[in-house]
Design a protein around this ligand. Structure first.
Ligand SMILES: *Cc1c(COP(=O)(O)O)cnc(C)c1O
Length: 435
């Protein structure tokens, strides 16, 4: 089982053997705290459970979920590949020591400069999103007299049951080319005939925070059927299939424990039988976990400030961060849990709303939570907040971005320093009156 290394010592939470009081003192709050042992176990779980004797498997970490030199360096030791969607994401991966051949370049609007950069640096795989992008890449490859391996992103039209902002597979989606679109075949024909691009196969990604394996089963089936159909129609052999990410991840204490290991083992056996049934000789099957790799092991630690009651009677406890370090609550109604991390033994509890300090009415972190009666300067922890939080953080209201620290076996490792005021103005220029 993948569990957090949380311990209560004399009423104070310790993560990976380190007290949150000492972390808050050393690194200030808000603070992203990652349970390094759990992250390593999660990475191991992907590696050990998504494997097959029938074909090679590839774990591609979706770096957009949480990317910095430290975490990329850590995940790189597992032999993963890395999914990037911008010049920035590719550059950070390269700086982290990831080999270009292990980078997969994704995105629905890759620019001329980004594609040129990817080609110049010999990025391992480019995932083509549209006919327009195909033409642009072809132009670049012709100019540079270079070749690349590509996949084509197919929208398999598999509906999921998650929030519409994190669904990617429907007839109106902005991602990929639709499986039912007549133009898709023309593009495949062009790709097969193109000398500059080596089409290895197809890619699909159905959305995010999908917890029910049946959606992935449906996706795998649709994509394997499709691969088979196209293979016969064009007498062309495909070697690869990437089924994307989107595996769900526990986000609060009420969420069911998700047995990731079992899900991955079941998924691989489903894929194996489908590949068998359709008589495909695929050599490489990939998945692209983001959230499920880093979500559970990360927590956000805040300091409690003011406490007030609205006229309607709702008690609110305010913390020293909010939508600037975790926008997921206001953006898509994500539901987290919280507790007072320095009052773990306190039985007296009351319901509070947890609000942030930013100037937006929507700036709440939790609608309602039973908390040990909070007082100013207490520490409040939001667990399971490791994915798409730091990654989507901002300097709104000129709040500085928090530090990121990893903890394991009583030791802490600073991964990202807290910003200071200099960072807020480093690109600013002064107004000069007499020019
Ligand atoms: C975002 C994304 C992922 C990762 O999704 P998670 O829900 O974080 O696992 C994988 N592949 C593609 C193409 C994506 O856009």
């Amino acid at each position: 089982m993948l569990d957090l290394n949380f311990r209560n010592k004399n009423g104070v939470l310790h993560i990976g053997g380190v007290s949150v009081e000492s972390l808050a003192y050393k690194y200030k709050t808000p603070l992203y705290v990652y349970d390094q042992k759990l992250l390593k176990k999660t990475a191991e779980a992907f590696k050990e459970n998504f494997k097959s004797n029938q074909f090679n498997t590839e774990i591609v970490y979706a770096t957009k979920a949480f990317s910095n030199l430290y975490v990329l360096g850590l995940l790189n030791t597992y032999g993963f590949s890395f999914d990037c969607v911008s010049y920035g994401e590719m550059s950070v991966c390269l700086k982290a020591g990831i080999r270009a051949e292990n980078i997969h370049f994704h995105g629905n609007n890759k620019t001329y400069d980004e594609l040129s950069f990817a080609v110049d640096h010999h990025v391992g795989l480019i995932i083509i999103d549209s006919s327009d992008e195909y033409s642009l890449l072809n132009e670049i490859l012709t100019d540079k007299k270079k070749q690349v391996d590509v996949l084509l992103r197919i929208n398999p039209d598999v509906k999921t049951d998650t929030h519409q902002f994190i669904q990617t597979s429907n007839a109106d989606s902005k991602f990929g080319v639709n499986i039912r679109d007549d133009n898709t075949k023309k593009l495949i024909k062009n790709l097969i005939e193109n000398e500059n691009m080596n089409l290895l196969g197809f890619h699909a990604h159905i959305g995010s925070q999908v917890k029910d394996l049946s959606f992935f089963e449906e996706e795998a089936k649709v994509m394997i059927q499709f691969t088979k159909k196209i293979q016969e129609e064009f007498s062309y052999r495909f070697t690869s299939l990437n089924l994307g990410g989107g595996f769900g991840c526990k986000e609060n204490f009420d969420d069911d424990d998700l047995d990731l290991e079992r899900l991955l083992r079941n998924y691989i056996s489903i894929i194996e039988s489908l590949v068998d049934d359709y008589g495909l000789d695929l050599t490489d099957i990939g998945i692209e976990p983001g959230r499920s790799m880093v979500g559970m092991s990360g927590s956000t630690l805040y300091r409690v400030g003011s406490i007030k009651k609205t006229l309607q009677g709702h008690p609110i406890v305010f913390v020293d961060g909010g939508m600037s370090d975790n926008i997921r609550v206001s953006l898509y109604d994500a539901k987290y849990s919280a507790f007072i991390a320095n009052k773990m033994d306190c039985d007296k509890k009351k319901k509070y709303r947890v609000g942030g300090k930013l100037c937006e009415s929507g700036d709440f972190l939790i609608k309602e939570e039973e908390l040990a009666i909070p007082e100013r300067d207490d520490l409040l922890l939001i667990p399971f907040s490791g994915a798409y939080t730091y990654a989507m953080s901002s300097n709104y209201n000129k709040l500085v971005r928090p530090a990121v620290v990893f903890v394991e076996d009583g030791k802490d490792f600073l991964a990202v320093k807290r910003q200071d005021i200099e960072h807020l103005i480093e690109n600013d220029l002064y107004y000069k009156q007499d020019v």
